[in-house]
Ligand binder design. Structure first.
Ligand SMILES: Cc1cc2nc3c(=O)[nH]c(=O)nc-3n(C[C@H](O)[C@H](O)[C@H](O)COP(=O)(O)OP(=O)(O)OC[C@H]3O[C@@H](n4cnc5c(N)ncnc54)[C@H](O)[C@@H]3O)c2cc1C
Length: 361
């Protein structure tokens, strides 16, 4: 499939990502059990997730001679496939389209031997080594695993919202606030994330209109006070977004009163949906440590509580949530995995020497 959402030809690179940009959440697994599904595919390292974190891990693991397999799930390329212009990823002074940036990550990972399989992991067994993972009806066995399954922004679920994503609809003020200098924007949500996004957007926007479904915020008192006392922030209480209006870019919102169902239209240039994120961790439940929201919690560095299983990117990071931080963690996880494999004797001394001699330093 080659369209602007799931892949395509960018800057001379033609990458077929396959898959769809659909839901990235795997079904919950209660009691993982081994089921033979044919000959297992073996690898020294399997990377779960093909966003900035997973693909950076693949670049490093590939260059370390580990021949990684990347299981990319339902959204190969990750969250940046849902956006247009990315202006804060270093190395691209003119900016770059999200899908093009991810096509470049993928091409670089493939150049060093990364094998891309756009299937979602739906079952795992981390009780013994090699670890076992199932995806697309096949079993994969790996000496080490990097989990880089990211987190998905929760959207309103409107057709108009999906159509105008990257054209004024966003889920990331840090990423896209800059594009709304002296414009009018709306932030949907009433929790801490929405309040933080609204306050951040006052650096750029002329007016920030918060759309809150109830008659009160859910966020912390201090953030509420800061938002309510900011002259650039106004609040539409008890209002829900019925439709995002605009043909090729956001022009207005059709709001519905939560009590009376009366509708009204407010003009805005951008909409930031801030109703939460959901980490893609269901399949790891019971195996890896999680916080109360389901984000993975690394043990030390990028290591999980299971030796040989490493964690990288938005799947454990609900603070920074940026492509560069995810890529940085992907690098750290691959280096940690490589060192661990070396300690286990999975990488032989000859292989370590060979990899070292191929490095430019
Ligand atoms: C609208 C929007 C705009 C953004 N703009 C910017 C920006 O301008 N600059 C910036 O730095 N950041 C931006 N971000 C944030 C950035 O996209 C994320 O921080 C980054 O993508 C996180 O990378 P990741 O690899 O950790 O996870 P993700 O990008 O979420 O990738 C997760 C990967 O895991 C896969 N996966 C999930 N479950 C499974 C499974 N069970 N089996 C196999 N694979 C699985 C998915 O298919 C996907 O390939 C934006 C985010 C959004 C939503």
């Amino acid at each position: 499939m080659t369209d602007t959402t799931t892949g395509g030809a960018f800057g001379g690179l033609t990458i077929d990502f396959g898959g769809t940009a659909a839901d990235t959440e795997a079904a919950p697994v209660e009691a993982p059990e081994a089921v033979a599904t044919g000959d297992p595919v073996t690898a020294r390292i399997v990377i779960v997730g093909a966003g900035p974190a997973g693909l950076t891990s693949a670049i490093y693991a590939g260059r370390a001679g580990l021949d990684p397999i990347v299981l990319g799930g339902h959204e190969p390329g990750g969250q940046l496939m849902l956006t247009s212009e990315v202006e804060n990823y270093p190395g691209f002074p003119e900016g770059i389209l999200g899908p093009e940036l991810m096509a470049r990550f993928r091409a670089q990972a493939e150049r060093f031997g990364g094998r891309m399989i756009d299937e979602a992991v739906d079952r795992i067994d981390l009780s013994t080594r090699p670890f076992r993972l199932w995806a697309g009806g096949l079993e994969y066995r790996a000496d080490a695993v990097i989990v880089a399954t990211g987190a998905s922004a929760i959207w309103l679920g409107l057709e108009s919202e999906e159509r105008l994503r990257g054209r004024g609809v966003s889920a990331c003020a840090t990423c896209d606030g800059f594009f709304f200098r002296d414009r009018d924007v709306a932030v949907v949500g009433g929790g801490d994330t929405a309040l933080e996004e609204a306050l951040y957007l006052t650096r750029f926007a002329r007016n920030v209109r918060m759309i809150v479904r109830r008659d009160a915020f859910r966020g912390s008192r201090i953030l509420q006070e800061r938002a309510l006392s900011d002259p650039r922030i106004s609040v539409e209480w008890e209002a829900q977004v019925a439709e995002v209006l605009g043909e090729t870019k956001v022009e207005a919102l059709r709001l519905r009163d939560s009590r009376t169902a009366e509708e009204r239209t407010v003009a805005v240039d951008g909409v930031f949906v801030a109703i939460g994120h959901r980490p893609n961790t269901d399949v790891f439940r019971g195996w890896l440590d999680m916080d109360e929201k389901g984000y993975l919690v690394p043990d030390t560095t990028t290591a999980s509580r299971i030796p040989g299983v490493f964690i990288a990117g938005d799947v454990d990071d609900h603070r920074y949530r940026q492509a560069i931080t995810a890529a940085g963690e992907g690098c750290r996880a691959a280096i940690d995995a490589e060192r661990w494999l070396e300690e286990q004797g999975v990488l032989t001394a000859d292989e370590v020497a060979e990899v070292a001699s191929s490095m430019p330093w």
